[in-house]
Ligand binder design. Structure first.
Ligand code: ACM
Length: 657
């Protein structure tokens, strides 16, 4: 490669860092005019450059130094600052870069790991444990393991009492075929029996394995899915005899929380539907019953909307010549994609067969840059001269409550979303609306005067109440992220997703809102799993180690009998994908931490024990291996640092979604 960019921390400041950037021209050709484009996740203080000009939109930075040629076999050097906490990881530097020259040619630029200076390598190895007698995750409410085993043969058959159970039986059959390469016959002995049991609670199941065979009891498909998931975790394969066997066991099981979710961000990175299905299938093995699908954000709009084809024609793509600049990764080519309504219907059906409901999220009024760039005639408030910068460094990403086009957009989009998704819930985001928004917009001032609002922020409540009413008219209940812009601004029918702290959850519940817990400190699976500088993921204050994820105890500070707890419907893990650009990285960031969180969502706290979990996990890993899940190994063998580590640009580009 002819060009390389190096980034080094020159000085750690009380608040922030000073960096030195060196752009090397390793070729024999000089360039008089040039522009370096690169991805950097932190906001570079505009007046901190030692020379040249830098523009930054989100993560996309463009640097040029007028009058400074980039000579052959030479370099240019520039310093700049950020005003946020110092960087900790080799993955925090310049992720990708390219160079434009006066001939408008685009040259790839190699990036090297950031030089962190005083980087601390602190990994937290997990102590070794004995393998458990079984590898069940989550731990059931009650289990009695016998000493014998029941063998399945090639004549084994799954037997259902009525047709309604058939789809779960098909899932079990397909999974046994896939996991153990054993094909069960349609004619044979009735080894696995599904029995309807009206006395069991919703989602509860019983599993009995004895010398007569295997029996799963439940009052509906949810319990059958969970019974099958448990059964598959108990199965083992005898290679010599080519048979599957299951230990004799009696299990009586039911969930702790009725909502057990995973949120996936499909906006920052786009996962094809084959990957979404693979993920949903994995979630079913951990008794997760909700897939919260983050479909829109500043960096992309991923859902086909028939009334506004521009949302996906324009908003689903990032690129140097496109309305949305390159961001985050894959910046040297156009990047994107979207889900057609037909594909979404397929995903919903696939999820339902595994007892997973799909809740769509359309994030408004912040995080709406892709929509605004797609529909400027409806969504750009031309008179608005307010100045703001969002947490992700955008100055033009918030819908204007003062524009009629905003309501036309919201109503039309939510009508199509409500018709497409059978779930009674729609998530509307409502997070991270920046300070300063709407303050210099005549149309917003008019609206404020009409309604007697004194603060532009009141307009967020105005807009959200409009959306809530619209969703109610469509038979849907609104869900939104809590951070002070939701609670007491909308009715108590709205369900609050707390992500900043447990305190916000408790306060919302005390005010009478139903709450879903998703505390970033324990459940954000984009966070690094270790404090090691080579570890993948976002390095914030502290890594979310497997132990930390496991020890998350919802509302631990409340008394067990506190009535506020009744308002907590459940919890979920979140997978933000700014840095999760490939199926392998998705696996690595999710597993095994998701198994820990799934246990907290399902098993009551008196059943939780970290060392016992590790013992079960050790046995359980073979099931992940059978599914080719590229998890972070809790007990890596061999030398060196654990797991997947700092990824070079070439590694990042391989195996992308
Ligand atoms: C969030 O992490 N902005 C919900």
């Amino acid at each position: 490669m002819d060009f390389r960019v190096d980034l080094a921390i020159v000085e750690r400041l009380p608040k922030g860092c000073r960096f030195g950037l060196t752009l090397h021209n390793l070729s024999e050709k000089s360039h008089t005019n040039w522009q370096l484009h690169f991805v950097f996740e932190r906001f570079i203080t505009p007046d901190s450059l030692s020379q040249g000009n830098l523009t930054q939109v989100g993560t996309f930075c463009s640097l040029n130094i007028e009058g400074t040629p980039l000579y052959a076999n030479n370099h240019v050097y520039v310093e700049f600052c950020i005003a946020t906490a110092p960087l900790k990881s080799l993955n925090d530097g310049i992720r990708e870069a390219y160079l434009n020259t006066d001939s408008l040619t685009q040259y790839p630029v190699t990036t090297s790991p950031i030089v962190l200076g005083s980087g601390e390598d602190k990994s937290n190895p997990i102590g070794d444990v004995f393998e458990g007698r079984h590898g069940l995750i989550p731990e059931p409410q009650s289990i009695e393991l016998g000493d014998s085993v029941y063998e399945l043969t090639r004549y084994s058959q799954i037997c259902v009492e009525d047709q309604a159970m058939q789809s779960v039986a098909n899932w079990l059959k397909d999974e046994i075929d896939r996991l153990f390469s054993i094909t069960t016959k349609s004619i044979g002995q009735q080894d696995i029996r599904f029995r309807h049991s009206p006395v069991l609670d919703n989602e509860a199941y019983k599993l009995r394995v004895d010398h007569t065979g295997i029996e799963i009891e439940s009052n509906g498909n949810a319990g059958f899915v969970y019974g099958c998931a448990t059964l598959m975790q108990l199965m083992d394969f005898d290679k010599d005899r080519h048979t599957l066997y299951v230990p004799h066991v009696q299990i009586h099981d039911a969930p702790r929380f009725r909502y057990r979710g995973v949120m996936l961000d499909s906006a920052r990175s786009f996962q094809p539907i084959s990957e979404i299905k693979r993920l949903l299938n994995l979630l079913a093995h951990y008794k997760i019953n909700t897939f919260h699908w983050h479909l829109t954000d500043d960096e992309a709009w991923r859902l086909e909307i028939h009334a506004f084809p521009e949302l996906t024609e324009v908003g689903a793509w990032r690129g140097a010549e496109r309305a949305l600049e390159p961001q985050l990764h894959s910046i040297q080519r156009d990047y994107g994609g979207y889900y057609t309504q037909q594909e979404v219907a397929e995903i919903i059906e696939y999820a339902a067969a595994r007892n997973i409901q799909v809740i769509p999220e359309i994030d408004v009024p912040g995080h709406s840059r892709a929509a605004i760039k797609s529909l400027p005639h409806l969504l750009v408030d031309k008179e608005d001269s307010s100045s703001y910068r969002s947490a992700q460094n955008y100055c033009d990403n918030v819908l204007s409550p003062g524009l009629p086009g905003t309501y036309q957009f919201l109503d039309t989009v939510f009508e199509e979303v409500a018709a497409l998704f059978p779930s009674p819930f729609i998530h509307i985001g409502a997070d991270q609306v920046p300070v300063g928004v709407w303050s210099d917009s005549p149309s917003c001032h008019t609206l404020m005067a009409e309604h007697g609002y004194h603060n532009p922020k009141d307009l967020q409540g105005h807009l959200l109440r409009h959306v809530e009413d619209k969703l109610k008219s469509l038979g849907k209940r609104m869900l939104g992220w809590e951070e002070g812009n939701l609670v007491n601004k909308v009715s108590k029918d709205t369900i609050v997703y707390s992500w900043l702290s447990e305190e916000a959850a408790i306060n919302s519940a005390k005010l009478g809102y139903d709450v879903i817990l998703q505390p970033g400190q324990s459940t954000y699976l984009d966070m690094a799993q270790d404090n090691n500088t080579t570890e993948l993921g976002v390095h914030s204050a502290n890594a979310i180690t497997l132990e930390k994820a496991y020890h998350y105890e919802p509302l631990a500070q409340l008394h067990p009998d506190d009535p506020v707890k009744k308002r907590i419907l459940g919890m979920q893990a979140a997978v933000w994908t700014e840095r999760i650009t490939s199926p392998d990285t998705l696996d690595y960031m999710m597993f095994p931490r998701l198994t820990a969180l799934a246990e907290t969502a399902w098993s009551t706290s008196n059943h939780k024990d970290y060392r016992a979990f590790l013992s079960r996990l050790k046995r359980h890993l073979s099931l992940l291996d059978r599914q080719h899940v590229k998890y972070k190994h809790p007990w890596p063998t061999g030398q060196g640092i654990q797991g997947a580590q700092y990824q070079t640009q070439r590694q990042q580009q391989n195996n992308r979604f």
